[in-house]
Unconditional design. Structure first.
Lengths: 163, 147
């Protein structure tokens, strides 16, 4: 076989192999970044299983902060709770859910007396900036007097995608 | 001397083809296609409750067997007026007795007229109410005499 023909054949084979690899890769790892899970650390994103023998994918862990307090609760009252979302990363994110867990204020003032709505939607927070979303906190009318002047600890968890 | 002919252009062509195909596919050294994003948002906060006020001593007057009392609006620590009040009546020795209609139960106004009050000297108090919360009971009113 002439050398030039051999050369052309090898290039064609190489191009085909690369295209196939690229197609497999793009199917296994979509470009849209997904930030999932509370407390996950160096965890591979869903659907990101690599093929046997493939190089280990690079894992990037992003976090964002959630903070917010409310005061003045009393039986039967619903108040807005403004949550501040801090994005310290170099990428813009879309926060799409924030869930609040309420703890007992004291042994005689149970968490069940307070409910907090879930934030669900898409709130964009630019890189290095903060954003705000508002949820609502409601105290049951039947809340006992033992909850007067107390504080319910709130714990927030959220999920986001790369914008 | 044996002259080897170099396969001219092959390595260069190969590199060019690999680059031309691999980079657009995101397989190059600066690609993010191999990067998996993982993370979460977390934080803490609190929901603080306010406190109930103590009622103010009511004032009152009697006309026949009807006693009308009135008192000031009570505000919780956050400035919100309470939703209601409980009125109590005591005899001269200090025993609490049942309050009659118009002033019984939880009232949502700051004045009420108790009907059919027996003759005697009576003292009234008010206690702020908000849901299942009750505030402090007010001091007793000045004595109100019913003939």
């Amino acid at each position: 076989m002439p050398r030039r023909t051999l050369q052309s054949a090898m290039i064609a084979l190489l191009v085909g192999a690369i295209c196939t690899a690229g197609w497999i890769d793009s199917a296994a790892s979509p470009r849209s970044a997904v930030l999932v899970g509370h407390g996950s650390s160096l965890e591979r994103a869903p659907g990101a299983a690599s093929a046997p023998g493939a190089a280990s994918p690079r894992t990037i862990t992003l976090t964002f902060s959630i903070a917010g307090k409310v005061s003045g609760l009393f039986p039967g009252k619903t108040l807005p709770l403004v949550l501040t979302l801090g994005n310290p990363n170099k990428r813009t994110i879309n926060v799409w859910t924030v869930i609040t867990t309420v703890e007992n204020a004291t042994s005689t003032c149970a968490a069940k007396n307070v409910s907090v709505t879930e934030f669900s939607g898409h709130h964009t927070v630019d890189a290095g900036r903060t954003g705000k979303v508002t949820v609502r906190v409601t105290m049951k009318t039947s809340t006992p007097n033992s909850c007067e002047g107390k504080s319910f600890p709130f714990h927030y968890t959220g999920k986001a995608t790369e914008a | 001397m044996i002259a080897h002919r170099r396969p001219s252009g092959f390595p260069l062509t190969l590199a060019a083809v690999v680059s031309a195909v691999a980079i657009p596919l995101g397989l190059g050294p600066t690609s993010t296609a191999q990067a998996f994003w993982s993370g979460s948002g977390a934080g803490s906060g609190a929901g603080a409750t306010t406190t109930m006020p103590t009622g103010t001593a009511p004032s009152g007057s009697a006309e026949s067997n009807a006693v009308t009392i009135s008192f000031s609006v009570a505000h919780m620590a956050n400035g919100t007026a309470v939703a209601g009040y409980e009125v109590s009546r005591y005899n001269a020795p200090g025993t609490q007795v049942t309050v009659n209609s118009a002033c019984s139960g939880v009232i949502t106004t700051t004045t009420c007229t108790e009907q059919s009050v027996p003759a005697g000297t009576w003292y009234y108090t008010v206690t702020p109410v908000q849901g299942h919360w009750t505030g402090g009971q007010s001091p007793k009113s000045a004595p109100i005499s019913v003939a």
